[in-house]
Design a binder for this molecule. Structure first.
Ligand code: NAP
Length: 255
């Protein structure tokens, strides 16, 4: 099938109001795609739209909590209403959650991490896939983590959700492999975003240094380094890649 050029493509990014999501909206726009920015937080999402437009791109905003089924459905519907189609979906929205051991983790907090980071990805995929099936083409990238492949003490909900995202990605890749739809995941190491700051990993210099040292490149990743890989996975250069969990981790998993 003839591959559409980037300037005719429409990309949807969840969690587009901050961090890797905002950088991805800018990266999709840079290659020429129209971008639907989605986020739970309207002010941050609209700021991303402004930044995309300032850089010469096209963007709209739709507010959605990805863990709410009706909002995930409305988000995809708004994308199709706004731009006529959906070619690329980066399911990026996520939360770090509290720290705590498995036995002591507060139940509602544990379930919220699963609801946003795993159930939310599936709800978004459900409606993105329905639209892509109508079109006969599409590419989905889910934002997992290195913690989708290894454990991290004190973050069991996050680790369980991200392992689940990789399983979901692989199952969907098998289900839609002959439908023109590719489904992949990215697995970033620690990336310098508001999420990391809120979790207290970057504010204290000693903690920051210990986190940097987990990566053989001895630094944190930049949001753009995640964004560019997500865009690449959606593009024509990745046309024979599906079901793949791509590490963007400065060597973290190589140890
Ligand atoms: P971030 O800066 O906190 O951005 C996440 C965005 O998602 C925020 O705008 C947030 O809004 C939004 N969001 C939260 N809950 C949502 C929901 N229920 N529905 C829709 N949007 C929601 O975080 P980030 O570091 O860029 O993380 C993006 C993704 O990368 C996450 O899935 C994360 O797990 C993954 N990741 C991050 C790292 C890292 O080190 N930063 C490493 C590996 C993987 P609010 O700000 O209002 O909460």
């Amino acid at each position: 099938m003839h591959e559409r050029s980037w300037k005719d493509k429409v990309a949807l990014v969840t969690g587009g109001g901050s961090g890797i999501g905002r950088a991805s909206c800018l990266a999709f726009a840079r290659v020429g795609a129209a971008v639907m920015v989605s986020d739970i937080e309207t002010v941050h999402g609209l700021e991303t739209v402004r930044l995309v437009e300032q850089a010469g791109g096209r963007a709209l905003f739709v507010r959605a909590d990805v863990s709410v089924a009706s909002e995930a459905q409305a988000m995809v519907a708004a994308t199709v209403a706004g731009f006529g189609r959906l070619d690329c979906a980066f399911n990026n929205a996520g939360i770090a959650g509290a720290r705590g051991t498995v036995a002591d983790y507060e139940d509602a907090a544990w379930e919220r991490v699963i609801a946003v980071n795993l159930v939310g990805v599936r709800l978004c995929m459900k409606h993105e896939l329905k639209q892509m099936l109508i079109q006969g083409s599409g590419a989905i990238v889910n934002n997992a983590s290195i913690l989708g492949t290894v454990g991290f003490a004190g973050a069991s909900a996050y680790v369980a959700a991200k392992h689940g995202v990789l399983g979901l990605t692989k199952a969907a890749a098998l289900e839609y492999g002959t439908s023109g739809i590719r489904v992949n995941a990215v697995c970033p190491g620690f990336i310098e975003t508001p999420m990391l700051e809120d979790a207290g990993f970057t504010t204290d210099p000693a903690v920051r240094a210990s986190i940097e040292a987990l990566h053989p490149m001895n630094r944190l990743g930049r949001p753009e380094e995640g964004a560019d890989v997500a865009v690449w996975l959606c593009g024509p250069e990745a046309s024979f890649i599906t079901g793949h969990p791509l590490l963007i981790d400065g060597g973290y998993i190589a140890r």
